[in-house]
Design a protein around this ligand. Sequence first.
Ligand code: SF4
Length: 325
Amino acid sequence: MAINRQKITLGISACLMGQEVRFDRSHKKSNFCVNELGKHVQYKSYCPEVAIGLPVPRATIRQTRIGDNDSNIIKVSRPDGSGDVTDALTEYGQNVATKIDDLSGFIFTAKSPSCGMERVKVYYQHGKGASSDGVGLFAKEIMAANPLLPCEESGRLNDPLIKENFVLRVYAYHQWQCLVDSGLSKHKLFDFHSQYKYLIMSHSNQAYRELGRLLGDGLKEADADIANVAGAYIAGFMNALKKKASRKSHANTLQHLQGYFSKQLTKIEKQELTEQIDEYRKGLIPLIVPLTLIKHYLLEFPKPYLASQKYLEPYPAELKLRYGY
Ligand code: SF4
């Protein structure tokens, strides 16, 4: 059955949506997820603990490392070891993981033994103390089976850079999913790469060059295996976007964009834009400032190739994600 991708769909831990499904019948409603991002995407919520039959309210469960401190055997149960739900959570996660082709991202609840994406507390079976190197059993299965799927957790989304990066990856991945649904072709792959040129460059110049080479070499023969090349391309593409875009790399990208107007801008206008890019590089103003000026010049001096660049608006501007860094 064809997937309806008109609206971006994200998976989310149910308690982040405000559902009272936690052990103490509380929720962990995320204002950003529900009231901000929620205006632009739709959610499918999952509470793995309720899904495997645990009641609300319920006794708390936690991860315990079985055996010595280096052991990789983790069990999830009540603190006294009773009520082991390790297999049930893992099986539920595996089951959901195969049925989420319609999702373009997933937001998990931080620190949960079921939903935490990283740094989940793991108690030592013998002796006191705990390490913070666990992964929630449900989240682990979702991420393992869908390595390209953009995933984040609630606590980390308070960081403006991480939040921006997650939303950026969701929108890019969704566009890729739509492209694949519409049928792959050489032209569509080159076109996608072209639209994302400056966005990829803002994360990694090297990745942009390598991805370009991958398409150029992989698709040059008439009988090229397009699906194979596309698989390698999207893996490299999503990996590149995961890399933090620094102020320096953004500033370099902005300079490239500035170059499109070298013939039209007056000396004073060029100087003003150069100063803004420089101030952004130094951390004195947010990215939105020089970008707004570039967009203004783009309206004044239309350039179709530049206008097609995802870098200029990779997600809805109302999310205001470029004001914070
Ligand atoms: S963190 Fe996950 S398992 Fe726990 S209440 Fe929220 S959705 Fe349910």
